[in-house]
Write a protein that binds this ligand. Structure first.
Ligand code: RRO
Length: 598
């Protein structure tokens, strides 16, 4: 069962304290019943971007319980206020509306699915991590699967959900401070149980803080007991678009917890294995293509470098993964494809695992990313991804990045000879291995690169400009002189943030790229400068969240507008922006984020 494509408003039916936590319920009139382990991305309709522009991104919450409601289903969430997003969700009152995207992610297996010998289940929860185990226990009870529950809490302030979610059936408790149950770790209780006679036929299911999950994974591997862990990782989107929620995969590399988890299996030697959802083809069986993207097409199609587009809104590279989104949302994604062309995540000649986590960091009205180009490499892309992406109903633009002219040449030749590809975007925000200089920061390097690539393909070449230069127009002029057909701007702005808990940079790489509404005025300034300097068409991007924002970009010189980070918050953002843009251009109104006088 896939999730409805996009986010929807649900109404809060109840919100109450539950020990040191809060429990709130939403009425979801459109979504399917969630499975245990699945999660939702949540953001309140009002007062989300509050003081300091935060919370900006939606928050991922596991569903704790669900029940049929008069219309739709009731969804219960257990929550602890630990920052601006969770604090705001803790304030919810009945009647308030919440943006909901989900159910997302995979779900727990049954003991038999984990191991043919496993008869019963041991559920182990720690702190707020007890939440998904409530629904799991009820599901197992309904199937007559014998289940034992072990729950651990740090102290009384970090406990809750017991009376509300685990009121029936036996539960063994542990607490680090001894305020309730066994005085010690819940993993001690699990160890005793696994050493007992009857545990060999059990499967273990756990959710809680990372050290607890590490300990449980190790205990189960030692005991030869099958085990599933519901993990947490910082995520911006929840549907495979942002690549923020990387966790180390057994055998190397990373998996995306939102689409390959959140339920994973620990493996010997370290790392985890993700869910087994098949990576299906985009088209439905017998399909072969999909209906044209609906979007509020203008009366006449738009021409961009000879490519016919139904509206001016495309995606920014690296902010939407059509293959992952199809796994999550099914064919509804294809019917309502939000963009008039699809731009792939940047590919490199060889496969890359990407940067170690933490990869993303929320900032005031935006976020910093340092994802580090995880991709399958040119061959992997051509063999595995291109056939699927070619089934989209919109033209495909492939983004490429190399560290030398030779690497770029390989990419442009390999991608350029494929009929499925309409255009190539050159991501020049990378150092040239020979000069050590960032190609896109140097007009001469950019021009030389274009001159080397121009003869290799007849396909339009779009140069993605970096904003991290004093005069982006100089680089745009160089790109045009070298033979570029278009430029796109802006890529993200070099930025960093300090984690108040560690006093160190919040993302592992130390710095990354800032995106979101915070950067839009900078994008507008650079767009104006570039459009005054070149004749070739421009794709404008940087913090576009509404039709008014897109209209502003067009007024500043853009032919097309790309939606990036806003798609993390709203998977249908492209379609919404395309719908709003004509009205915004007609009325001249630019929404709430406009001049002080309005
Ligand atoms: O993968 C990334 O970290 C990344 C790339 Br290639 C890019 O061009 N822009 C960005 O913000 N992140």
């Amino acid at each position: 069962m896939t999730a409805p494509f996009g986010r929807r408003l649900c109404t809060v039916s109840e919100s109450k304290p539950s020990g040191g936590y809060r429990l709130f319920s939403l009425i979801d009139e459109e979504g399917p019943e969630p499975q245990p382990g699945q999660f939702y991305m949540l953001a309140t309709e009002s007062h989300w971007e509050q003081r300091d522009g935060r919370p900006y991104l939606p928050r991922a919450l596991s569903v704790a319980e669900t029940a049929p409601a008069a219309s739709g289903v009731r969804l219960d969430f257990l929550i602890e206020g630990v920052g601006p997003g969770t604090d705001r969700l803790c304030e919810l009152q009945p009647g308030e509306k919440v943006w909901v995207n989900g159910p997302l992610g995979n779900s727990f297996s049954t003991p038999k699915e984990l191991s043919p010998e496993a008869a019963g289940a041991i559920l182990v929860g720690g702190g707020i991590g007890i939440a998904p185990l409530a629904l799991l226990r009820r599901t197992f009870a309904a199937r007559n699967i014998p289940t034992r529950v072990l729950l651990g809490f740090r102290d009384e302030a970090h406990s809750g959900g017991l009376d509300d979610l685990f009121s029936c059936g036996e539960v063994r408790l542990a607490s680090d401070d001894g305020h309730t149950g066994y005085h010690g770790y819940v993993t001690d209780l699990l160890k005793q149980m696994l050493e007992g006679d009857d545990a060999s036929s059990a499967a273990v299911y756990a959710c809680g803080p990372p050290p607890m999950l590490d300990a449980i994974g190790a205990l189960c591997l030692d005991a030869g007991v099958p085990c599933e862990l519901a993990m947490e990782a910082p995520m911006a989107c929840g549907y495979g678009a942002c690549f923020g929620c990387a966790v180390p995969k057994a055998g190397g590399g990373y998996l995306r917890l939102c689409v390959d988890g959140p339920v994973v299996r620990p493996l010997p030697g370290g790392g985890v294995a993700g869910g087994t959802a098949p990576e299906d083809a985009l088209a439905t069986a017998g399909g072969g293509g999909s209906p044209a993207a609906t979007g509020p097409a203008g009366p006449t199609p738009l021409d961009f470098c000879g490519i016919e587009l139904t509206h001016p809104i495309i995606n920014a590279s690296g902010t939407f993964d059509a293959i992952a989104a199809h796994r999550v949302y099914g064919d509804e994604l294809l019917r309502d494809f939000p963009f008039s062309a699809f731009v792939s995540k940047t590919i490199t000649p060889e496969p890359r695992a990407g940067n170690e986590p933490q990869r993303i960091w929320e900032t005031s009205a935006g976020m910093i990313n340092s994802i580090g180009l995880p991709n399958k490499g040119l061959e992997g892309f051509l063999e595995e991804d291109l056939p699927r992406l070619s089934e989209l109903s919109v033209p495909l633009i492939v983004s490429v990045m190399g560290t030398s002219k030779e690497e770029f040449s390989r990419l442009v030749t390999g991608v350029g000879e494929r009929d499925e590809v309409a255009a190539i975007e050159l991501n020049v925000s990378c150092p040239n291995v020979h000069s050590g200089l960032i190609v896109g920061e140097q007009p001469s390097e950019t021009e030389a690169l274009l001159e080397a690539l121009r003869s290799l393909t007849g396909k339009p070449l779009i140069v993605k400009l970096t904003p991290n230069v004093a005069n982006p127009a100089d680089v745009a002029i160089a790109a045009e002189q070298g033979g570029a057909d278009a430029v796109s701007l802006i890529n993200t702005l070099k930025a960093s943030a300090i984690d108040p808990a560690t006093r160190k940079p919040g993302i592992a790489a130390g710095h990354g790229g800032l995106s979101g509404p915070a950067v839009r005025p900078i994008a507008i300034a650079q767009l104006r400068a570039v459009s005054a300097a070149v004749q070739i068409p421009i794709v404008g991007m940087g913090g576009v969240a509404s039709g008014a924002d897109a209209a502003e970009m067009i007024s500043a010189g853009a032919t097309l507008v790309a939606v990036g980070t806003e798609s993390f918050r709203d998977p249908r953002a492209g379609q919404r922006v395309a719908g709003e843009i004509a009205e915004a251009l007609r009325t001249g109104r630019s929404g709430e984020r406009t001049a002080i006088q309005s």
